[in-house]
Design a protein around this ligand. Sequence first.
Ligand code: ATP
Ligand code: MG
Length: 560
Amino acid sequence: MVNFIQQEIDNDLKAGKYTDGIHTRFPPEPNGYLHIGHAKSVCLNFGLALHNGGLCNLRFDDTNPTKEDVEFVDSIQEDIRWLGFDWGDRKFFASDYFGKFYDFAVELIKRGLAYVDDLTAEEIRAYRGTLTEPGKESPYRNRSVEENLDLFTRMKAGEFPDGSKVLRAKIDMSSPNINMRDPVIYRITRATHHHTGDDWLIYPMYDFAHPLEDAIENITHSVCTLEFEDHRPFYDWLLDALGFDPNTRPRQIEFARLDLTNTITSKRKLRQLVEENHVRGWDDPRMPTLCGLRRRGFTPAAIRDFCERIGVAKSNSLVDISMLEHCVREDLNVNAERVMAVLDPIKVVLTNVDENAVEYLTAENHPTRGGSRFVPFTREIFIEREDFMEDAPKKFFRLKPDGEVRLKHAYIIKCNEVIKNSDGEVTELHCTIDPTSKSGGATANRKIKGTIHWVSAKFAIPAEVRLYDYLLTTDENGNLPEDFIAALNPNSLIVKHALIEPSVRWTAAGTHYQFLRLGYFVVDPDTTADKLVFNRVVDLKSSFKVTVKADVERVIVKSR
Ligand code: ATP
Ligand code: MG
């Protein structure tokens, strides 16, 4: 692992800091399911720990009582394990530290570095100033330590209504960094917390809680996304103010969040998609959640590979989703067995094959890993409708009237007759096989341009195959419009009633296949004893190129 964060770690170690080892954390707020953006953070934090022989904690950052839920606590653990990482016995809840946070706040008050403020939220905002104007000090700023201690104790005891008082750090109202203008660190909120119930009436603000969580857990490198860069001075101020040793206390390092074309990576928006039923749930295969990607058939190895390849940058970038798909393809190309399925069937009668005959042909399962199975061949088969063309151009090397094509693993066939209904639609093709042309057979010496897939009409299994397109359409730069609901793609799910060769009948949900010539597919958990359901993971095409737009300082990985 070579990235700028590792370089910072190397520098720290060289400077004699963090002699007890490197310790990172992944700190999700349990208010939604993890998505592909979180995967980058998971891979980075656990990856840094692994690379440096250190540790990585899982910490639920559950300091906000109103939006969080145990459902999410469970799913987050499942998803991190699925990605391939383990936090051992280091699963923590920030809410377990509420008592410690309170003590640290009291300590700040005692050191004259925090005060209780009676200004309303609106007044606090007005007093804060702007980027160009300094802020104004609150009239309550110079309360005595005794008075502040008394008021803060009574805030905790529930003597004051919600929002009537806050605790603020006492730093500098004219700091050029607005985050340093006496930030609020505690507020009064009468809300039931999913972990601590009604124990607390005051809750710490994120900027106050997070550095303390890191310090309590002996984290060395607190990796977070770029929007927290302006918060770092307060992170440092707080830990210094409380007397943590600069050689061992955590430091914050920011990296660019992952943004993907055609993809939402905001938990709030993902929740809206679920709650307004635009998708079938958090694990809908069109969702960028890890449970959605899992159901879609994306593999943990491919996602880890993707996170490694996109790297870690200091400026925001937009990555083309085709790069993630490319990683999935590479993994499945090696690991998925090949079978034949027909998504849009048209019947072919092989007039020189006996009605009751069944020939079991040998078909290889994988071009490099080998293995084989039997595929039944019968008089009636189905081929893909688009593999036949009546008025075919010269370069059409599939089936056409009087033309020949090879059936994969089987014979060369010739189309002799095209049967149509009264509307003129082709309903059936009558063909003959060349018995000397059997694949791998002793007499199969004839070369032919086209090879198509097929299934036996008698033995094929019906299956529901779900084809996905992007949930959202974007502009040519890959950006989503402000109103993302308006950008929902009405064709993001297309259901096909397909026919599949019988070898797949008893496979479990989560099993991957390449359907020859069609793409990679996975068995969906909706599959029952009576009904097979597949999701298309990705198609077979695989091409992307990298372009860098220097003017906007972001990397765009564009598909061709
Ligand atoms: P929201 O989506 O509600 O804004 P969040 O993405 O910040 O919230 P958290 O639960 O706080 O959600 O995230 C946990 C960790 O994952 C944080 O350290 C955060 O920086 C990181 N993370 C979240 N989104 C991304 C992303 N798109 N790319 C990289 N890291 C991310
Ligand atoms: Mg967050």
